[in-house]
Write a protein that binds this ligand. Structure first.
Ligand SMILES: NC(=O)c1ccc[n+]([C@@H]2O[C@H](COP(=O)([O-])OP(=O)(O)OC[C@H]3O[C@@H](n4cnc5c(N)ncnc54)[C@H](OP(=O)(O)O)[C@@H]3O)[C@@H](O)[C@H]2O)c1
Length: 297
């Protein structure tokens, strides 16, 4: 059996997990798990208590970053049992093992724990009130993570983009801007678009801190500023600077398969993270421009 790495990253085949795992790859400090075992990860269904216990057999783990989720927001409405198992039960399983072995736990959560009715940015202490199954089950996951007997941190973030998911919103819009005359994009949700590479750098700082001293609480971590998907598409059009496309606002009623209601304004205030760790993520426009230019090259 191979040795157990010090850091366990769940959701390691996903968009964020892959970006995070890359940071520790050369030191071989971290091991990644996923449901399928894709992308060189270890296959493990975290909804099984026995399978989770198996990940800790050698007692060498020092930290768990739990990024696994059933993150298909409309899929969660279609299959609430799967959403509950992957987002809440899996977190409970990990929190129990971490608690019993005193292993610090970081749980990656979402702005969807809020209802999106606040006109200013949400602080960590603001009342949560999820309006869809994804948000409800992630909030239940947060409760399990924060009840963990070991030090535990919840990191809430929003609207991720990055190269690790070639089907992400940014790539889809870039492709459409290059081939379609009119690109209609939704304008009904405002949040902070966040580059997975920037989020991974921030989570690494939190992880380093947790390895040195106990910590418990919630931190909002996103790129600075806010935008709607329509606003993001307008910026992308500016940067690619070619193609005939006109960017218009889409009618939410016309979008097929959109079952879940979404928070309208779920911008997260990141002041607590900034003052606690002395780090501020750059504006989303800067991060997105870097990503868009990397896609073009
Ligand atoms: N994407 C966003 O815009 C966004 C916004 C805010 C917060 N978040 C949160 O950020 C985190 C990372 O999101 P992401 O977009 O990178 O996720 P993602 O690309 O959808 O990846 C999900 C990961 O979870 C794994 N997984 C799902 N069910 C599992 C189970 N039962 N047992 C073990 N692994 C399981 C998947 O494995 P397989 O690949 O093998 O299926 C995959 O590795 C999630 O916690 C999400 O809730 C995401």
């Amino acid at each position: 059996m191979p040795p157990e790495s010090e850091i366990l990253v769940t959701g390691a085949s996903g968009m964020f997990g892959r970006a995070l795992l890359k940071r520790w790859a050369s030191a071989k400090k971290a091991e990644g798990v996923s449901l399928s075992g894709r992308h060189d990860t270890r296959a493990c269904d975290l909804t099984s208590r026995a399978a989770v216990a198996d990940l800790f057999k050698k007692n060498s783990r020092k930290l768990v970053i739990h990024a696994a989720a059933y993150s298909d927001v409309d899929g969660c409405e279609r299959d609430p049992a799967r959403a509950h198992a992957a987002n809440a039960l899996a977190t409970q399983n990990l929190a129990q093992v971490c608690g019993s072995k005193n292993i610090p736990l970081v749980f990656i959560s979402t702005d969807y724990v809020f209802d999106g009715r606040k006109s200013s940015a949400y602080a960590e202490a603001d009342r949560t009130f999820p309006i869809n199954i994804y948000g409800m089950t992630k909030l239940e996951g947060e409760v399990h993570a924060l009840r963990c007997a070991a030090p535990s941190v919840v990191v809430r973030t929003s609207w991720l983009f990055g190269a690790e998911n070639p089907n992400n919103f940014v790539n889809a819009i870039l492709a459409r801007l290059r081939r379609e005359a009119v690109v209609a994009v939704l304008d009904d949700q405002e949040d902070a678009p966040t580059f997975v590479e920037d989020l991974a750098a921030a989570v690494e700082v939190i992880a380093d801190s947790l390895l040195k001293k106990p910590l418990r609480g919630i931190f909002h971590v996103c790129n600075s500023g806010s935008a709607t998907r329509h606003g993001m598409a307008l910026k992308m059009k500016e940067w690619i600077g070619r193609g005939p496309a006109r960017v218009e606002k889409a009618d939410p009623g016309q979008v097929k398969g959109r079952l879940a209601v979404r928070p309208g304004h779920s911008v997260l205030s990141t002041k607590h993270f900034e003052s606690s760790f002395g780090m501020k993520l750059r504006p989303w426009e800067e991060a997105l421009e870097e990503y868009v230019r990397s896609c073009a090259s």
